[in-house]
Design a binder for this molecule. Sequence first.
Ligand SMILES: Cc1cc2nc3c(=O)[nH]c(=O)nc-3n(C[C@H](O)[C@H](O)[C@H](O)COP(=O)(O)OP(=O)(O)OC[C@H]3O[C@@H](n4cnc5c(N)ncnc54)[C@H](O)[C@@H]3O)c2cc1C
Length: 319
Amino acid sequence: MLRKLFIALSKLKWAQRLISKLGFARRASRRFIAGETVSDAVSAIRQLNAAGIQASIDFLGENAQNAEDAAAAAGQLIQCLESIRENQLRANLSIKLSQIGLALDVEICRENLSKILARAAELNLFVRIDMEDSSMTEKTLSMLEWALSSGFDKTGIVIQAYLYRSEEDIQRLALLHARVRLCKGAYSEPPTVAFAAKADVDENYDRLAGDLLEIARDAGYPEATQDGVVPPIPAIATHDPARIEAVVQLMRLMQIPAQAVEFQMLYGIRRDLQQSLAKEGYPVRVYVPFGSQWWPYYMRRLAERPANAWFFISSIFKR
Ligand SMILES: Cc1cc2nc3c(=O)[nH]c(=O)nc-3n(C[C@H](O)[C@H](O)[C@H](O)COP(=O)(O)OP(=O)(O)OC[C@H]3O[C@@H](n4cnc5c(N)ncnc54)[C@H](O)[C@@H]3O)c2cc1C
């Protein structure tokens, strides 16, 4: 119920316009957002890198309203790539295709994506394509397939365990040896396309993680690159200790080298777990969002854990 409310709030443009400019709201958002400028993201990533943790930069923004905004966002994303190299960060880039025009027109998006991927290739950087709501799943997968078949091999995607279709999608991606980030899924989906019960999502998560480990084995266990840029095939993106433990156990059973799987978490969530996995020698990457368009992202974090809303409300009374 509360989850649905926050997801609905995430889509309200007027709420975004009104509330995200208020001082208390901006302060509260800093728990999950590195800041509003690229230099805020760079300093957050420097701290992570110093603790042995890699990062993926996310320049916040989604659903471009016109071709000009989509092209401008692509330009900003290219600047993020350049900042990674200029600052010698152990990081790569995460992008949302709706930010560069996928919801407007496939060709606009393809043109913007090819510019981003061409610059990433020049800089030898990896770009992860985030997964959005289920209206975008097929278009997003097709775009990744186009990118890989066009030679942009340092590109990966995200699969959501709550979708029924994900098992087949993972097999489809296995044919391309695609690098896959597995998450539970952050949007509100109808029962016609997604599991509604948490236990079913968790069970599917474990099954799909197992599939990804087998795919990595069949591909000869490609490892995370030493420079912290290119991840291995499976990226296990969750803060759920039971899911992480299930993967660690399976890795032991299958004798999978630690560098052949990456664990990923969000900025500001379960820092203790991020650090303990890194200390145990596993590659860990933290997703670091920055920018002024933080409202939808922040509302999805509240939807995942409504207890976070109290932190948001209590910050109204703090100076
Ligand atoms: C690196 C990364 C990238 C992601 N990319 C995408 C994407 O492209 N598309 C997409 O749909 N989703 C994405 N997600 C979000 C994901 O789908 C989940 O919504 C989110 O990770 C919460 O699920 P969980 O796996 O942590 O499990 P949950 O069962 O939701 O949570 C497990 C535990 O984690 C902690 N926790 C989880 N969420 C929060 C929170 N918001 N605040 C505080 N504690 C919390 C709590 O301790 C909780 O008990 C991404 C997640 C990560 C980590």
